[in-house]
Write a protein that binds this ligand. Structure first.
Ligand SMILES: [Zn+2]
Length: 110
């Protein structure tokens, strides 16, 4: 809920910076490892936007898959568990290279 609220806040402040009348569309990037449930944000967004200049705007979420690189053998893999165990050599603690993103990409105003 608070994430959806923050997205609305960011969208409205960018709208003010750009001098538009209302927000039409908001693009957000959410990584699998960001701890944010994209579906829940989508669900809350329109309610949070109600009564603001972002009311009725479209929220477009781009999901970024989790990827890690093994520190031992440099293999890139999908970290399916918190330890990020390498499927090739069994080492753990791979370096996360994507999936932690959480930001507002851009907004369209009218
Ligand atoms: Zn490895």
């Amino acid at each position: 809920m608070s994430v959806a609220m923050s997205i609305v806040d960011i969208a409205v402040s960018r709208l003010n910076e750009e001098g538009g009348a209302r927000v039409m569309k908001v693009n957000v990037t959410v990584g699998e490892l960001s701890g944010v449930e994209a579906g829940a944000v989508e669900f809350c967004y329109s309610a949070c936007a109600m009564g603001t200049a972002a009311e009725g705007s479209e929220l477009v979420i781009e999901r970024v898959a989790a990827r890690a690189v093994c520190g031992e053998c440099a293999r890139e893999f999908k970290p399916d568990n918190p330890l990020a165990i390498c499927p090739q050599c069994g080492a753990f603690g791979g370096r996360i290279v994507s999936g932690e993103e959480l930001y507002v990409d851009n907004i369209s105003v009218e």
